[in-house]
Design a protein around this ligand. Sequence first.
Ligand SMILES: Nc1nc2c(ncn2[C@@H]2O[C@H](COP(=O)(O)OP(=O)(O)OP(=O)(O)O)[C@@H](O)[C@H]2O)c(=O)[nH]1
Ligand SMILES: [Mg+2]
Length: 223
Amino acid sequence: MKVSWRTLPTVLLEDEVLDKAFSRARKAADRVDDSDRIFRVRKQMSRMVQTAADVISTTFMDTVNMWPSLDQSPKFDVAMIDACVGCDDYRHHLSMLQWASKQVLNIAGQNSKKIIRTARTDLMHDARKEAYGRISSIMRRVKPSLLWLSQARETLKRLPTIDQVLPCIVVCGAPNVGKSAFISALSSGNMEVNHYPFTTKQIHVGHFTHRRLQYQMVDTPGL
Ligand SMILES: Nc1nc2c(ncn2[C@@H]2O[C@H](COP(=O)(O)OP(=O)(O)OP(=O)(O)O)[C@@H](O)[C@H]2O)c(=O)[nH]1
Ligand SMILES: [Mg+2]
């Protein structure tokens, strides 16, 4: 699978996901129409719980499915991900979203049962509140993962695209020896050149054509 970080949607943070879930749930409850009070409250409460859980679960699973799977990514991309954000963290935080998605659906299932099995509206409201509380505590557990993924997306989005079929010349060496100046002189890339070390902070790519073949020149931070 080809990595295309730029097209990945932003990762919503804890509060944003909860706002989205609870406001959709409220709207779903508003649409319920039943003249019988008990039936109405039952439908409203169970729809709120189900809708909130569905929104959260779908949001998380969309992220998990859209982010490239490391097992199916080319070795080069995996190495890039490892160098930029770390493969272990990458796997861990995506699996946290998978876990949270399952948990919220379980909570919705359990509390929907409670709502359906009682004829008392106060208990239906209690079951809905309990579900919201438990969902919110799952969300607190995934908060660090959402933050990590959101920052990782920003980092990975800035990576240049390197075509694995075209020849690639990587220029690496000690700081301040003129790597960037060398690449700027030879290729289309306009690298930042400065008289002090550690000017280049991430990988940049420039291109040039020689005998109708396109070459890539990769500028790297000083070693
Ligand atoms: N005299 C001389 N100076 C050069 C040459 N090439 C680059 N420089 C100077 O060396 C300094 C460092 O150049 P850079 O291209 O930024 O060096 P770099 O290796 O990319 O540095 P980092 O990105 O910090 O690792 C700049 O002041 C350049 O003007 C050269 O061929 N001769
Ligand atoms: Mg440089």
